[in-house]
Design a protein around this ligand. Structure first.
Ligand code: HEC
Length: 194
């Protein structure tokens, strides 16, 4: 120990070993007392009042992120959303996590799994609202299960529009299945009403 320690020696003598009365540094004591003082408002705020922990805040942020647009599941809405890249962006990630395993990330389909969603051939679909029906009910007896537990109401509509947007740019992929639907009946309706 350096000689310039001016702390007094303590009276105790432990078998010849003596110790200095070495006080803890001021900053350490400040932290000690500050943590004791702070634990009172901390406990009141987080455990008695409704203070949000990091986890609570994360969950709130996630909830805020969930789409809440009150969309109607009709052809006109799906048709309009099909050309709204900003809204489609909301379900793009979900397509990758929920659908890509069978339909491929770009929707071009997989042998023995999901059909090509980018072509104009459809097995269970004749109109835009049929896409929504397939997502809501699935195709019984196939690997295409209902998506109601994965997607909320708005997301089902958005995902229908996302699927519809894929066939705007047909891509080679799994061979065509089902019947050709050259144009959606909803498109004719919307042109008729213009
Ligand atoms: C486990 C595999 C699997 C997953 C995951 C899956 N699908 Fe499918 N999907 C299929 C199969 C298989 C069919 C064809 C059913 C049939 O034979 O009629 C299908 C059919 C469809 C159809 C109708 C195609 C047509 O030609 O009639 C649409 C639309 C569709 N899927 C969209 C989706 C979307 C969107 C998701 C994600 C939310 C998804 N699928 C997830 C396997 C899957």
């Amino acid at each position: 120990m350096s000689k310039d320690v001016d702390d007094p020696l303590l009276d105790h003598n432990y078998d010849g070993i003596q110790e200095y009365d070495n006080p803890l540094p001021g900053w350490w004591k400040l932290l000690f007392w500050a943590s004791i003082v702070l634990c009172v408002p901390y406990t009141i705020y987080y455990h008695v009042m409704d203070g949000h922990s990091i986890l609570d805040r994360f969950e709130l942020d996630m909830k805020a992120n969930v789409v809440s647009l009150n969309l109607t599941a009709d052809g006109a809405t799906i048709l309009a959303l099909r050309n709204d890249p900003e809204k489609l962006e909301l379900v793009k990630g979900k397509f990758q996590t929920l659908c890509a395993a069978c339909h491929r990330p770009d929707g071009t389909g997989m042998p023995a799994l999901g059909p090509n969603l980018t072509d104009k051939y459809w097995k269970n679909v004749k109109s835009l609202t049929d896409i929504h029906r397939v997502l809501t009910n699935g195709v019984p007896g196939t690997a295409m299960v209902a998506q109601v537990s994965n997607l909320n109401k708005d997301e089902l509509v958005l995902m229908s529009a996302y699927v519809a947007s894929l066939s705007l740019n047909p891509k080679a992929g799994k061979e065509p299945e089902g019947e050709e639907v050259p144009a959606w009946p909803e498109e004719a309706q919307s042109k008729g009403s213009e």
